[in-house]
Ligand binder design. Structure first.
Ligand code: FAD
Length: 303
């Protein structure tokens, strides 16, 4: 038996296991080739056990939240992809402990309804709590770092530990995860501290953010902002200025409505989207001397 077959046997009791699962079904872009093994887990114990098994058998591991910030290669991902659907939540006063596969937007709205302040800005952000930690998700002047106290991590050696949010070095759309310093660690749970607020006022504030999003952002399959905003100017302005608003490559396009959103109009390939990303970077660098840094993460077997 190969290592991957032995891993598949070990994973069987932990959740729903599939082979050669197309990741296009699990990303907001609707793009991405197959994962060798694809396991859906529904609690953080199963997530920890599956991550540990991948380490034991030395099989590459990707933990997938909602796939809302990734561009997966057309050739897919080798090894194991764990789809994280661990969603249990425990609330004590203003402290909330929540598993990392919970929907961030739904959680934020639930907290507004309960009269807990600190996450109204997050009601429209797709993705899981785990993904939100990795990128320090944020919008409208707020970010996760403002309310995150600590996270529970599964280490590659099998140990589980809580670490303080300060030790994740959360910055604008980044953390020690995005810098590759926590490779192989799975985020199992998060602990957040909110403050008491008025549910009516919080829901009204959330509604203004919903409205802003509807007005500014395009519909269609995307991964949100393609590039981080450099200090000099918003990325959309730079992409617009180099003549790429509305540009198409196959079924991939730069949005007419918001030039930092790249859209899959139906059957776009990862290569099509990547071409547009590279072209935007090339043109912006050539014209303005600014290097755009992708916010979207490239995942899998790129040639
Ligand atoms: C329409 C749209 C609007 C958006 N608006 C915003 C916005 O306003 N602000 C913002 O910040 N972002 C925004 N985004 C981007 C995206 O929603 C966030 O980056 C989100 O936090 C990603 O979470 P996810 O669960 O989808 O992560 P995924 O895309 O599934 O994964 C991203 C990375 O995190 C890692 N990861 C995920 N879970 C774990 C875990 N439990 N343990 C370890 N690693 C993990 C993955 O391995 C991968 O490297 C938007 C996206 C879309 C599609």
């Amino acid at each position: 038996m190969t290592a991957i077959e032995r891993l598949a046997a070990a994973l069987q009791p932990l959740g729903d296991l599939r082979r050669a699962e197309p990741l296009a079904r699990h990303t907001t872009f609707g793009i991405g080739g197959p994962a060798d093994l694809f396991l859906t887990v529904r609690n953080s114990q199963a997530l920890a056990a599956a991550a540990r098994a991948a380490a034991d058998y030395q099989i590459p591991l990707l933990i997938l939240g909602s796939g809302s910030n990734i561009l997966v290669a057309d050739a897919g991902v080798r090894g194991l992809v764990i789809e994280n659907r661990a969603r249990a939540e425990h609330l004590q006063g203003t402290t909330i402990r929540i598993e990392s596969g919970a929907s961030f937007a739904a959680f934020a709205r639930r907290m507004c309804r309960r009269g807990l302040d600190g996450l109204a800005w997050a009601v429209g952000i797709p993705g899981t709590l785990g993904g939100a930690v990795v990128y320090n998700a944020g919008a409208y002047g707020g970010c996760l770092a403002d309310v995150l106290r600590r996270v529970q991590l599964q280490l590659p050696n099998g140990h589980i530990e809580w670490i303080d949010a300060a030790d994740l070095r959360l910055v604008y759309r980044g953390s020690r995860f995005t810098r590759g310093e926590l490779h192989g660690r799975a985020i199992l749970q998060c602990e957040l501290e909110l403050t008491p607020g008025d549910p009516t006022e919080l829901l009204a504030r959330a509604a203004t953010y919903d409205q802003k999003r509807l007005t500014a952002q395009p519909r269609g399959r995307s991964a949100g902002s393609t590039f981080k905003n450099p200090p000099q100017a918003p990325a959309w302005k730079l992409i617009d200025a180099v003549g790429m608003r509305g540009m198409r490559r196959g079924d991939a396009a730069v949005s007419e409505k918001h030039a930092n959103f790249f859209i899959n109009h139906g059957n776009a390939t990862a290569a099509d989207v990547r071409w547009l990303i590279d072209e935007a970077r090339r043109r912006v660098h050539q014209q303005f001397g600014i290097t755009l840094e992708p916010e979207v993460e490239f995942i899998g077997a790129w040639t």
